[in-house]
Ligand binder design. Structure first.
Ligand SMILES: [Zn+2]
Length: 204
């Protein structure tokens, strides 16, 4: 991602976080036009004189260009407004068509529904930018994270710390598998019993 320009009220880290989080959610859900973050260009500029083609009003929050994979953002937006506009324009890139006459209506509806979920990804990305950047910087030679031993090994210091990772679908599947296994075992046992009974009958 390339970012050109700066916003008046919003830091670049916030913008990067919201772009990443918006793309993550849409690409995860198999949007029809997965957004290529590598080639994406973000241009932050004054869009006050631009005319909105949908309602004819003057001034825009943002635009999305499918051909050039570019998003323009107004440099005057507040954090909440910037979050909305980023998500809105990423939806435009990722969907492009919802059927005749419903492009803006559906984009805005989806934007409203997804904003709280995207926020949950974007906020920690943005809040912890410096911290995580430092973690990654320390992987560079001479910066730390070095193994004093002659041979490589798995650094077990703090490994496997529990962070509350939960898999609600996985748990359901596992319960279902356990149930199936029990049923199969009972069935088998029943068959064996029937066979045994039959043998006894024959002997008599
Ligand atoms: Zn739009």
């Amino acid at each position: 991602m390339k970012i050109k320009g700066t916003a008046k009220k919003v830091d670049l880290r916030f913008i990067r976080a919201w772009v990443h989080a918006s793309i993550c959610v849409l690409n995860y859900h198999n949007c029809p036009y997965p957004v290529n973050i590598e080639t994406l260009t973000i241009e932050i500029k004054n869009l006050k004189k631009r005319i909105n083609h949908v309602d004819g009003s003057k001034g825009l929050g943002g635009t999305a260009n499918w051909e050039t994979n570019t998003i323009e953002l107004s440099k005057f937006l507040s954090p909440e407004g910037m979050a909305n506009v980023i998500l809105h324009e990423v939806i435009h890139l990722a969907h492009q068509d919802f059927g005749e006459g419903t492009l803006e209506f559906t984009t805005r509806t989806l934007e409203t529904k997804l904003k709280p979920f995207v926020q949950q990804l974007a906020q920690p990305l943005s809040d912890n930018t410096q911290k995580v950047a430092a973690f990654i910087a320390h992987t560079k030679p001479g910066m730390s994270y070095r193994n004093d031993l002659e041979k490589d090994y798995y650094n077990e210091t703090g490994a496997w710390e529990k962070v509350g990772a939960k898999d609600k679908y996985g748990a359901k599947k596992r319960d279902e598998l356990v149930k199936q296994k029990i049923i199969e075992r009972l069935k088998k046992k029943n068959e064996e019993l029937t066979l045994e009974d039959f043998k006894d009958e024959e002997a008599a």
